[in-house]
Design a protein around this ligand. Sequence first.
Ligand SMILES: N[C@@H](CCC(=O)N[C@@H](CS)C(=O)NCC(=O)O)C(=O)O
Length: 212
Amino acid sequence: MAQDVTPILWGVGTVRTLRAHWVLHELGLTYDSQPIRPRTPAMERADFRAVNPDGKVPALQHGDLTLVESTAIMLFLAETYADRAPDLIPASGAARAHFFEWLSYISTELDAASLYTIRRHQELHQIYGKAPVAVEGARDDFLRMAQKAVRQIETGTPFLLGDTFTLADILLVTCLRFATRMGVTPPAELDNYFKTMTGRPAFVAAMKANET
Ligand SMILES: N[C@@H](CCC(=O)N[C@@H](CS)C(=O)NCC(=O)O)C(=O)O
């Protein structure tokens, strides 16, 4: 039974690891944290490589299951412990369809295509090379694509999916933090939304756990 398992979460210190910590705190779960940070010698540890041979965090162990990819980890935890917070994933209909649309849009358009491009060619330029034109284009793309979230929040709903906090909010807020870290100021129309989300007790606890 899921309830008998103590999840083990590998990874701290990034917005991707924050997502997993945040969900665990929204669900009120007790878990073991393995506080290893990317691009440190700890990432080469044999016990970690046995969990994720690709050497990326976050990684989750849950009983016999090992899972990587922050979005998949969030979905798995929210589904497995749905009794603790049933609304993190909308159950049916248009809300569920739009929920997956938001997850896909945030993971690809904002995270992978825009923000990670900036990170690669800015902070990690020694590995991936300097590419100022690509960085500039990725900034513009982020700001253009963030307008989808602006339009939603401007309808006056507190969350992306209306009146219910979901995993889509976790994903968006972590990308807004990521943007700020990359030197891109998110649209001001999202400021109040961001403030409200980061005031959630589970976010505050997750930040603490993620900084360990
Ligand atoms: N798409 C993955 C990305 C995972 C990822 O790239 N993690 C970074 C830290 S944010 C990492 O572990 N990098 C170490 C490396 O690439 O060597 C997710 O969302 O979990």
